[in-house]
Design a protein around this ligand. Structure first.
Ligand SMILES: [Zn+2]
Length: 439
């Protein structure tokens, strides 16, 4: 029975192939050409002047000098007075977070007061915000109690229902008992949690399996949780999963050919993240020299997220205020060390933790102020993050065969990195989403 059905399906397929072959050649997707005054292609170390980018359908077909002939009647997008770059990637976002403003109830109201439809509406706004600022790809590192909502927002974007970037979603994230909010409520209350909490390698592996089954592109693990300053003035962070628990998650996730992102501030938790085989360290506020060497050996990605640690400091003489200052101070040192050691640094902001109304590109400014060259900073958000996401050559570059994800700014971001806060043109998968440079 099954065989005859298979044969019937095969016959139908062959018929349609023959039918298509007989018809006149199918219409190729329309071709457009972008005139780029200056092109930063995401891979090369130097910009090129006066280039033409030929776009067919969703992809870049070729890139040539401006002297190449443009066929008559072809749609020309004139960005000859602009700097053109590949679409950017923010490798650490939270579309389901809404700023965590303490005056508005902080983190907890997200879960306690906002229903899932309101949270989805806000995530829709966040997705649009990313795209209009030229971030055509995001790695969204957990939904903070909104379950598998990231995968559904991604589906809505892919089917064209709402505008938004390409999303790599991590779904629910994993931590341990005592390792995630909501916290501080009466112990007899069974509070909802912003992550999936597990204890023991068996539960850890099961959580990874559940999340992968429901579409997680990455697995996000919290390896540290609370942080404070001890009597000696050192930043301390509470470790969460054991090496055995993390190894079960990493082993399971790698089996699915996916990767594990580890939130880790410093100390024991960061060490366990590295010993357990994490693929990317998130935040990594305080990394020792030995840990930097281990990251080099293991090829671990480093996603520093500087921006959130420079705003909203509590008063200097309070425990929270001391912690806030200590976090920024050690983060700067670690970032500079990582730069010197040529760790694989990718651009990430933790936006959502800061309001989505703020510019995502402000992270570039922090990176450059701490000694990263503007071109290196741009590559951390283009070709380097593409490599981390196993999309090398497909995104984060302006080259033949890549997705046509193209942005433009009026000025020169190599002279003033702040230009990237004012993206004036966005093409996503070959379609123009925004063009404020049209003549
Ligand atoms: Zn985060």
């Amino acid at each position: 029975m099954r065989h005859s059905v298979a044969r019937f399906v095969l016959a139908l397929t062959l018929c349609s192939v023959v039918a298509r072959g007989q018809s006149t050649s199918p219409a190729l997707p329309p071709l457009a050409v972008i005139r780029a005054g200056t092109l930063i292609d995401g891979v090369s170390d130097a910009p090129r002047k006066n280039q033409l980018i030929f776009v067919r359908g969703e992809h870049i077909e070729k890139v040539t000098d401006a002297s190449a002939p443009i066929p008559v009647g072809m749609k020309v997008i004139d960005l000859s007075n602009a700097t053109v770059l590949p679409g950017l990637t923010d490798a650490h976002t939270h579309i389901f977070l809404w700023g965590e403003d303490p005056a508005k109830g902080g983190y907890d109201v997200n879960i306690l007061k906002a229903g899932i439809a309101l949270r989805a509406a806000r995530a829709t706004f966040a997705a649009r915000r990313a795209l209009e600022q030229g971030f055509t790809t995001i790695r969204d590192l957990e939904t903070e109690g909104a379950g598998y909502g990231d995968i559904e927002i991604k589906q809505a974007i892919e089917e064209g229902t709402i505008p938004g970037p390409r999303i790599f979603g991590a779904t629910r994230a994993i931590s341990t008992t005592g390792g995630y909010d909501l916290e501080g409520y009466a112990p007899e209350l069974d509070m909802p949690k912003g992550a999936q909490l597990v204890d023991g390698p068996v539960e850890a592996r099961k959580a990874a399996r559940q999340q992968l089954e429901h579409g997680a592109d990455w697995i996000k693990v919290y390896m540290t949780h609370r942080s404070w300053v001890d009597k000696q003035g050192n930043l301390v962070s509470q470790p969460t999963l054991t090496v055995e628990e993390l190894k079960a998650i990493v082993d399971e996730t790698h089996g699915w050919q996916k990767k594990v992102a580890c939130h880790a501030y410093n100390g024991i938790g960061l060490q366990r993240a590295l010993d357990g085989g994490c693929d990317s360290i998130e935040h990594g506020l305080e990394i020792t020299d030995a840990q930097i060497a281990q990251m080099q050996r293991q090829g671990t990605w480093y996603c520093p997220t500087l921006t959130p640690y420079y705003g909203d400091w509590a008063d200097a003489d309070t425990p929270k205020g001391k912690r806030d200052r200590a976090r920024a101070a050690v983060h700067e040192i670690s970032f500079k060390k990582a730069l010197q050691a040529h760790l694989k640094i990718v651009f990430g902001t933790d936006i959502g933790g800061i309001p989505w109304t703020e510019p995502i590109a402000q992270e570039f400014d922090h990176m450059v102020k701490l000694g990263m060259s503007p071109m290196d900073a741009i590559q951390s958000a283009t070709s380097r993050s593409a490599e981390m996401l196993d999309m090398k050559g497909e995104i984060g570059t302006i080259a033949p065969g890549a997705f046509a994800e193209v942005i433009a700014v009026s000025g020169d971001p190599l002279k003033n990195i702040g230009e990237l806060e004012h993206v004036r043109f966005v093409m996503h998968n070959g379609s123009v989403f925004k063009n404020e440079l049209a003549k």
